[in-house]
Write a protein that binds this ligand. Structure first.
Ligand code: FE2
Length: 313
């Protein structure tokens, strides 16, 4: 018996998976082979689809980041303060910083922050500087709103670099008019049940004098001392053992914090060390707030604005 004649094997394109002979796609519907290489999968339609997807994702990301910038939260933390008198355990300190009232952070937002802070009923309220952004005309309205802050032991604050850039004399006058006591290179004693805690502050590292001895003044090594310093980098140079805790802002928590990579930009000589939360400095500890406002760009990602309610223990 004769073997059947071998069937010819057609190439796939000729077996129903491609255009039949004589029906090639017209030029323009697919890239032709170039110099014998297979055609690229990057058709114009595919490119446009991916580009449109990218633009949509970017738009969603920017929209979300703009919304997050106004999505404030109350962040409670408990901090162990060396040498804190027993009668001060449970003392509540509200910390607000980097409000940056200006083109991106309106007065309604500040009023919300003030109302939320007062509702926490803290024993004392501390402000970490950078009250405005871009223009000195925002100083007075900002402090007019902050004048509504209330705490039985008082409201205290220091200045930041933006306050110096937009008008330090105006900022100082507005702070005073708002009933907020400025603690630049100065301090007060908080008294409770016959015990005392030093609450003091220093000038901004970039724009002013940092005079820690003046801030601590007559505090002894047995005293607990809380120091307000707008810029946390100050802590790297502190060697005075009287400092129990420093409170800072300035870095905004990075403002935009990406998964894995972290914050692409931090205004600190020490990278992401003083981004946010409780940080260890060479001779003390620093609590860094993410702050409440934004500078340009007016976006936050993975870094919600916060009012810090610190319980000292
Ligand atoms: Fe700031």
């Amino acid at each position: 018996m004769k073997d059947p004649a071998p069937k010819s094997i057609k190439p796939e394109s000729a077996a129903g998976h491609g255009p039949p002979a004589g029906h090639e796609l017209p030029a323009g519907n697919g890239p032709p082979a170039i110099n014998g290489r297979p055609p690229s999968k990057w058709t114009r339609r595919r490119f446009l689809k991916i580009a449109a997807g990218g633009v949509a994702a970017l738009g969603l990301g920017l929209g979300y980041s703009a919304a997050e910038a106004g999505w404030m939260t109350v962040a409670p933390d408990t901090i162990a303060v060396p040498r804190l008198p027993a009668v001060f355990r449970g003392f509540k300190l509200a910390f607000l910083t980097d409000l940056h009232h200006g083109p991106y952070t309106g007065l309604d937002y500040l009023r919300q922050a003030v109302a939320a802070t007062n509702a926490l009923a803290p024993d004392v309220i501390c402000l970490g500087g950078d009250y405005v952004h871009q223009d000195g005309k925002f100083i007075r309205p900002c402090f007019d709103v902050l004048a509504a802050l209330r705490a039985p032991m008082g409201v205290f604050g220091v200045m930041g670099n933006h306050d110096a850039w937009e008008g330090l004399p105006e900022s100082r006058a507005a702070m005073q008019a708002a009933g907020i006591r400025e603690l630049t290179n100065a301090g007060v004693w908080l008294d409770r049940g016959g015990a005392r805690v030093r609450l003091c502050g220093v000038g901004d590292l970039w724009t002013d004098e940092v005079d820690l001895p003046a801030a601590l003044d007559d505090a002894t090594p047995a005293d607990a001392c809380v120091v307000l310093s707008h810029n946390p980098d100050v802590a790297e140079d502190v060697r005075d053992a009287r400092v129990s805790l420093m409170l800072s802002g300035h870095t905004h928590g990075g403002q935009v914090v990406l998964p894995v990579f972290g914050a692409p930009f931090t205004p600190s000589r020490y990278g992401q060390k003083y981004l946010s939360g409780l940080c260890r400095a060479p001779a003390t500890q620093v609590f860094v707030s993410r702050g409440l406002g934004t500078i340009t760009p007016p976006l936050r990602f993975g870094c919600r604005p916060e009012i810090n309610l610190l319980t000292l223990t």
